[in-house]
Design a protein around this ligand. Structure first.
Ligand SMILES: NC(=O)c1ccc[n+]([C@@H]2O[C@H](COP(=O)([O-])OP(=O)(O)OC[C@H]3O[C@@H](n4cnc5c(N)ncnc54)[C@H](OP(=O)(O)O)[C@@H]3O)[C@@H](O)[C@H]2O)c1
Length: 277
C-alpha cells in the first residue's frame, strides 16, 4: 500500500470539538473539503464546518454514512448506542469505521452497528489535536486489514502522532497517559504559575515563563535523542537550586502521586466501559 493512499470520501458523525479539529487537520494536510461529509444536529457545529469549506453537511447521520471509505464516530459515548441504532443498514459494506468515543469497546460498536461488513477501529485522541499536536492511540482486531488500518492512521495523523497498541485493554492505559495527560500538565502548570506569583512575579510573567518552559522541555525531550532522566540530571548541578526543588518533589513522593493519579484514571476508564455496556 502506498504510504500516501488516502480515503477518497470521509464522513464525520458528530461535528464537535474533536471532529472539527480532525477536519481542520485533514484540510491543512491538503485534503479537498469536497471529499468530507459531516452530520450533526447542531446548526452551529455545521456552520463551523462550513467556515472550513465543508459543504456536504447534514442534520441526520443516516444521510451521510453511505458510499464513503471512512466514517469517524465523534459523538459523546453516552449517545453512541442511540446514534448507531439509527444507522442500522446505512453503512456501505467495506467501510472503515473509526470510533473516537472513550470507553466504547469494539464488541459494543460491532453489536450496535449490526453489520459484519464494516471494519471497526478504536482510537483514543487527546485535546492537543486542536492545535495538531495530538497523540492518538489506535487499536483494531486482527480481522481489520492493512488498508483499513492505513486509512485510520492517515486520518488521525493529520492532528498529531499515532500509536497502534496490540490489545484493546491497552487503550485504557493510553487514556491514562495521553488521553487525560494534557490535564495533568495543565494542573502542574497552574501550580507553577501560582507559586511563581507567590514568589513575586505577576500572573502574566509567571504564565509566560511556565508555558515556554513546558514547551521547551517537551521539545528538548522529543527532539534530542537523550534519555529524559539524563536531561533532568543535566540541569541538576550538585548543591544547586534545581536539586533543592527535586529533593522537595522526592520528599513528597512525586512518582507515587503521579502513579496513584494514573491508576485512578485507568480504573475509571475500565469502569466506564462496563457502565456503557
Ligand atoms: N475532547 C477530548 O479530549 C476527547 C479525547 C478523546 C476522545 N474524545 C471523544 O471524542 C468524542 C467527541 O468529543 P467532543 O469533545 O468533540 O464532543 P462535542 O464537542 O460535544 O461533539 C459532539 C457533537 O456531536 C453532536 N451530536 C449530538 N447528537 C448527535 C447525533 N445524533 N448525530 C450526530 N451528531 C450528534 C453534538 O451536538 P450537540 O452539541 O447539539 O449535542 C456535538 O456537536 C467523544 O466520544 C469523546 O469521548 C474526546
Amino acid at each position: 500500500m502506498s504510504s500516501d493512499a488516502r480515503p477518497k470520501r470521509i464522513t464525520f458523525v458528530g461535528a464537535g470539538n474533536m471532529a472539527s479539529a480532525i477536519i481542520g487537520g485533514l484540510i491543512n494536510d491538503g485534503v479537498n473539503p469536497s471529499s468530507i461529509t459531516a452530520a450533526d444536529p447542531s446548526a452551529q457545529a455545521r456552520e463551523m464546518l462550513a467556515g472550513l469549506g465543508v459543504t456536504d453537511l447534514h442534520e441526520n447521520p443516516r444521510d451521510a454514512v453511505g458510499n464513503v471509505d471512512v466514517v469517524v464516530l465523534a459523538v459523546k459515548p453516552q449517545i453512541m448506542a442511540e446514534v448507531l441504532g439509527g444507522l442500522r443498514g446505512a453503512f456501505t459494506p467495506g467501510t472503515t469505521v473509526i470510533s473516537i468515543a472513550a470507553g466504547i469497546s469494539i464488541a459494543m460498536l460491532e453489536d450496535w452497528i449490526d453489520s459484519s461488513d464494516v471494519h471497526v477501529v478504536r482510537c483514543m485522541p487527546n485535546t492537543p489535536a486542536l492545535v495538531r499536536c495530538g497523540a492518538s492511540g489506535l487499536y483494531a482486531n486482527k480481522s481489520v486489514g492493512e488498508r483499513e488500518r492505513h486509512y485510520a492512521d492517515v486520518t488521525m495523523a493529520c492532528v498529531g502522532t499515532t500509536l497502534w497498541v496490540d490489545s484493546e485493554a491497552k487503550l485504557d492505559a493510553v487514556t491514562a497517559v495521553s488521553g487525560s495527560g494534557p490535564a495533568y500538565f495543565f494542573a502542574f502548570m497552574e501550580a507553577m504559575i501560582q507559586s511563581g506569583e507567590r514568589l513575586g512575579l505577576s500572573h502574566d510573567e509567571a504564565a509566560e515563563l511556565t508555558l515556554q518552559t513546558a514547551l521547551g522541555a517537551a521539545r528538548l525531550a522529543s527532539e534530542q535523542n537523550i534519555p529524559i532522566a539524563t536531561l533532568r540530571r543535566n540541569v541538576t548541578s550538585p548543591g544547586g537550586t534545581t536539586e533543592q526543588a527535586l529533593h522537595a518533589f522526592q520528599a513528597e513522593k512525586l512518582d507515587h502521586v503521579v502513579g496513584k493519579a494514573m491508576d485512578a484514571c485507568h480504573q475509571r476508564a475500565e469502569q466506564m466501559a462496563k457502565e456503557f455496556k
